[in-house]
Ligand binder design. Structure first.
Ligand SMILES: Cc1cc2nc3c(=O)[nH]c(=O)nc-3n(C[C@H](O)[C@H](O)[C@H](O)COP(=O)(O)OP(=O)(O)OC[C@H]3O[C@@H](n4cnc5c(N)ncnc54)[C@H](O)[C@@H]3O)c2cc1C
Length: 214
């Protein structure tokens, strides 16, 4: 049986654990979060925007992940009843010098596969958002806002339902985290009984894990 430990219960750790659970339904997966609840840090202290990859270089991994990511995240929110709104975003050029850069963004967004991007004149901008002062704008209808705290809680719920154990209040030693992340990936096969793929486990997390059956 595969044993995996994911360290950190922010959006990245929760998402990683979810994907692992989907790809390896028989694996024994645990997520260790040092705080009393998941999503206590950056993941719930950001701007709450669903970004669609307008700024990234076309063809880059970031661009591809951003475009598919916003669609996957929107679908996840719909499926799990997480508050979100695809209200669109307007990127504003505040002076003539910014117009060329705005054209570049429009081009990048189009090449990245964003749908229905639209150039707005000053009048159209004022009509949509009278409080924004600018000389032109680009409307990005696919972007939106989301309750990332709700996303974290929903991800935790799905993980628990998939038999992933989400252990809060479990801090791993910061100096050993890089060793673990490398080791986890290459030593999945052949693990037995306890997290043998984590050489540091003896000194850091093993006592807590062992009395819970690892
Ligand atoms: C100002 C700002 C605004 C942003 N706005 C947006 C936005 O609008 N939209 C967007 O999509 N992205 C936004 N981002 C980016 C986004 O918030 C991050 O990419 C995302 O939250 C990163 O998630 P994470 O899981 O890596 O980090 P975190 O949410 O910080 O999660 C890391 C987790 O690991 C735990 N941890 C740390 N050390 C240990 C340890 N030793 N043992 C166990 N657990 C540990 C922590 O307690 C924490 O819960 C923004 C970022 C910033 C800085």
């Amino acid at each position: 049986m595969k044993h995996v430990i994911v360290i950190g219960g922010g959006l990245v750790g929760l998402g990683t654990a979810l994907q692992l659970a989907r790809l390896h339904p028989g694996a024994r997966i645990r997520l260790l979060e040092k705080e009393p609840k998941v999503g206590a840090h950056q993941s719930t202290h950001n701007s709450g925007v669903l970004h669609a990859g307008l700024y990234y270089k076309p063809g880059s991994l970031k661009a591809r992940l951003a475009v598919s990511g916003i669609r996957l995240m929107t679908a996840f929110c719909q499926e799990h009843g997480v508050k979100h709104e695809i209200c669109g975003k307007i990127v504003v050029a505040t002076n003539d010098a910014e117009i060329a850069r705005l054209h570049t963004l429009l081009e990048r967004g189009t090449q990245n596969g964003l749908r229905d991007l639209r150039w707005l004149s000053q009048d159209e901008l004022s009509e949509i958002e009278p409080h924004a002062a600018g000389v032109a704008a680009v409307r990005v209808p696919e972007e939106g806002i989301v309750d990332y705290a709700g996303v974290c809680v929903a991800m935790q719920r799905v993980l628990v339902r998939s038999d992933v154990e989400v252990m809060t209040g479990m801090r791993t030693s910061s100096s050993t985290v890089p060793v673990c992340t490398v080791t986890v990936w290459r030593s999945l096969p052949g693990c037995s009984g306890r997290p043998a793929f984590c050489p540091f486990a003896e000194s850091t997390i093993s006592s807590s894990l062992r009395h819970r059956g690892w």
